[in-house]
Design a protein around this ligand. Sequence first.
Ligand code: SF4
Length: 222
Amino acid sequence: MMFNVAEKFVSINGEGTKAGQLAVFIRFTGCNLRCSYCDTKWACDEKTAPHTKMTAEEIYSYIKETGVKNVTLTGGEPLIQENIKELLEIICADRELYCEIETNGSVDLKPFCDIENRPSFTMDCKLASSNMEEFMCEGNYSLLSENDTVKFVAGGKSDLSDAKEIMEKYNLIGRVNVYISPVFGSIEPKEIVDFMIDNKLNDVNLQLQLHKIIWDPDMKGV
Ligand code: SF4
């Protein structure tokens, strides 16, 4: 059981409910989508992305050696890695760890929901500006609960209106954590705040990618 690991490092979690806390990141190569604004394009093509082969045991050992509790599995799209469920089972069996998996919303989450102490899903909802909205797996919303997050990445005003419709359609607010994040350089965070005020979006969070604020926006491994 080998995994293609593009990079692994300790940093702070830039997004979601653990934002600002230390996290150990495992980034896998390969993605089944090609979003217009992707900032990890270099890791998306399985054939060309630089990577190291690691076994599940090696990944788990690395995680433990860091001494960091929060684990973020990301990509690319981590859930398309062959045997990812076995790795998740190993990590989730360790109750000292908090495992979060960032997924793009196009992969059916059902097969992963029966993992004991299952990971927290941070699931993207791709909007029109991504050019990928048709690939969203609609059945996933009903599988999410209060430990999970839906992240809307908005590239403009019409994305924001679409996001609100989806929040209502799937009754997301109050049931899961809901974040709206700007496409870096495409929309000002203030426009999102204004939209939230105008639409009285209580319990919705504006999210700014901390990594892009702290480090160079194109920097890898942070
Ligand atoms: S899903 Fe994520 S990694 Fe894949 S293309 Fe879109 S932004 Fe990039």
